[in-house]
Design a protein around this ligand. Structure first.
Ligand code: HEM
Length: 413
């Protein structure tokens, strides 16, 4: 297989269930130029270097473009202004310093250890409630019954989104997450669907923020919406909307895959399932190993702002760069027996949450959700067995995970 077309194989849905042999091929050409001019980086050392290189920009999304409506006022006046505003105020995952750092700090100041620890009890009761709903059944679908509804309930609760509005978020989050997939970005219909979902969720967030300002509560959105003063200015309204949307989408579509991938891996490794059942304290190291071995985010894209020499290759200015985290997570130069699922491995420095400036803001929350879900599932599902292996996968190659995970059970404890 030619290395210049290898990434199109990664994007091909037929390889979704097991992309790891392709990643092994990539590591043989650690900085691989593709026929479309992009560069795929796949080894642990190179990715670690590039994550800290300021010449790699995260501002790599094409400018926002609303479709023509036939209404001249919209097409020639309103929508071009909207496009410019949305492009200038992207969520901070798509921004570089200094704006990135300023916006990220607002969130980090609110995403306190206290707030995450406080979510503990709520996650436990939600997990129990979702599992209880499966009582009397001999089959469950992990995605539908738990992994999908849990993160959206948790993040909505944290931000202060009313419970009855959660179903809208599931739809918007799924659509917006496709902005992280390179093929959806370049497909005109896909981009218009993303813009439409963005406009809907923005209108909703604008109303919610107004409400939070009128009646502040003890939630993250109320705190982020607090007006600033001369010494410490607050976040502007458009950035606040974009940040709220980012937290909802980033906190949802990824955690779904972590919980599902973790359970799938345990069902494929029943000795590990038994060990976790006997000793729930193993959960943190088990989840770290899932983040390495079956990460929810396989790659992220960047753009070189000036030429970069790395591993005897020059990446030219303007070239898209794909950081293939999931390949680096199985790099034999960094991890012994990388294709073995081993929660007891030491020094597990994976890229499951990325690294550098854009390291995942929600990592502590995601860990708590996944640990509680896994421990409770192992304790409460009696004799769980996979209904099909591999399960069907969702279309995303970057945010990769099963579309459904059917499990036979002999009841619930
Ligand atoms: C298992 C769950 C999760 C995984 C695997 C994950 C993974 C990641 C990764 C790989 C990045 C780096 C992106 C890049 O380098 O461009 C990232 C960034 C981010 N994540 Fe997560 N994430 C998870 C859960 C969450 C949660 C629960 C939240 C929030 C509630 C969240 C919020 C964010 C934000 C805001 C960023 C952007 C950080 C920045 O640009 O500075 N994530 N995440």
């Amino acid at each position: 297989m030619r290395s210049e077309t290898l990434f199109s194989e990664v994007m091909d849905p037929k390889n979704r269930a097991n992309p790891y042999p392709l990643y092994e091929l990539f590591r043989q050409t650690p900085v691989a130029k593709q026929s479309d001019g992009s560069f795929v980086v796949s080894t642990h050392e190179n990715i670690r270097t590039l994550l800290f290189d300021p010449r790699l920009s995260s501002e790599d999304l094409p400018p926002s473009r609303r479709p023509h409506t036939g209404n001249p006022i919209k097409d020639w006046i309103l929508n071009p202004i909207k496009n410019r505003v949305v492009t200038a105020h992207r969520p901070f995952i798509f921004r570089d310093p200094p704006d990135h750092d300023t916006l990220r700090k607002f969130v980090m100041d609110e995403f306190t250890i206290q707030r995450v620890n406080d979510a503990h009890g709520r996650v436990e009761s939600l997990v129990d409630e979702f599992i209880e709903r499966c009582r009397g059944r001999s089959e469950v679908c992990l995605v539908e019954d738990l992994s999908y509804p849990l993160p959206v309930a948790v993040i909505c609760d944290l931000l202060g989104v009313p419970e009855e509005d959660e179903p809208h978020f599931q739809r918007w989050a799924t659509q917006l997450a496709t902005a992280l997939e390179p093929d959806a970005r370049h497909d005109e219909t896909g981009r218009h669907a993303i813009v439409a979902a963005f406009d809907e969720i923005s209108a909703y967030m604008r109303k919610l923020i107004r409400e939070k300002r009128r009646r502040p509560a003890d939630d993250m959105l109320s705190r982020l919406a607090k007006p600033g003063n001369k010494r410490t200015p607050g976040m502007g309204d458009i950035d606040l909307i974009a940040t709220g949307i980012l937290l909802l989408v980033a906190g949802h579509e990824t955690t779904v895959n972590l919980i599902t991938n973790a359970m799938l891996t345990l069902l494929r490794n029943p000795d590990e399932l038994e060990k976790l059942k006997a000793d729930p304290e193993r959960a943190p190291r088990l989840i770290e190993e899932v983040l390495r071995y079956e990460p929810p985010v396989h790659f992220r894209t960047r753009k070189a702002t000036s030429p970069i020499d790395i591993d005897r290759v020059t990446i030219p200015a303007g070239a898209p760069v794909i950081l293939l985290f999931a390949a680096a997570n199985r790099d034999p130069a960094r991890f012994a027996n990388p294709d073995r699922f081993d929660p007891d491995r030491a020094d597990n420095q994976h890229f499951g949450f990325g690294g550098g400036l854009h390291y995942c803001v929600g990592a502590p929350l995601a860990r708590i959700e996944a640990e509680i879900a896994l421990v409770t599932l192992c304790r409460r599902l009696r004799e769980p067995r996979l209904m099909s292996d591999p399960p069907p996968y969702r279309s995303g190659a970057s945010l990769r995970g099963p579309a459904s995970l059917g499990i036979h059970i002999n009841g619930i404890s």
